[in-house]
Design a protein around this ligand. Structure first.
Ligand SMILES: CC(C)(COP(=O)(O)OP(=O)(O)OC[C@H]1O[C@@H](n2cnc3c(N)ncnc32)[C@H](O)[C@@H]1OP(=O)(O)O)[C@@H](O)C(=O)NCCC(=O)NCCS
Length: 159
């Protein structure tokens, strides 16, 4: 397996939307359709990051960069690639980009029943900040997870 990370492309939107529906939004109303994901590809405040194994999509993440924070909107690894470090790679890429962008923390909402994702994020330093009741269409609570980032100061090189 040789996983490479790169920015998502327009022709990959349908696969990303289908993974989101099946792996993240199963059993609740789908908020992340192809149109919304396409808009993220062209939004300069968003990153659509894709992990590819040759031409197949092994995983993806969609993150929104605000002034001081990065919000993870969607994050998933195809079941055939789970527990092989793909999620870690995606998260580390985003973390490093967020630090370079001067963000202080990362945050995300996760379904309260999603223990495997909660374990994953906790392993990488996230902690529970809040419980949002009925966050998912009134059907399920969300746990708000956050983690602080170390800021990277770039030296100013005189011209
Ligand atoms: C959560 C998810 C992204 C993790 O991706 P992954 O590529 O499997 O994760 P990694 O292989 O990088 O795992 C890193 C560590 O996270 C933890 N972890 C990952 N999956 C886990 C699981 N199923 N159970 C317990 N711990 C887990 C482990 O500590 C793991 O290290 P280890 O394998 O050495 O024990 C993946 O399971 C997934 O896509 N799930 C479905 C979609 C989803 O829930 N997305 C999150 C929405 S907020």
């Amino acid at each position: 397996m040789r996983i490479r990370l790169g920015l998502g492309r327009r022709h990959e939107v349908s696969v990303i939307a289908s993974m989101s529906r099946n792996l993240i939004e199963h059993g609740i109303p789908c908020l992340w359709d192809e149109d919304r994901i396409s808009r993220c590809i062209f939004d300069s405040d968003c990153v659509v990051l894709v992990a590819r194994d040759v031409r197949r999509i092994a995983g993806f993440a969609i993150a929104e960069f605000c002034d001081e924070k990065v919000h993870l909107n969607l994050f998933a690894v195809h079941p055939g690639y789970q527990r092989q470090g793909v999620g870690r790679k995606l998260l580390k890429w985003l973390e490093s980009s967020a630090q370079t962008a001067g963000c202080y923390f990362m945050c995300l909402e996760v379904r309260a029943s999603n223990n495997k994702a909660i374990n994953f994020y906790k392993k990488y330093g996230f902690s529970e900040l809040d419980l949002k009741h009925g966050y998912y269409a009134g059907q399920e609570d969300a746990i708000l997870l956050t983690r602080e980032l170390k800021t990277v100061f770039m030296p100013v090189v005189p011209c």
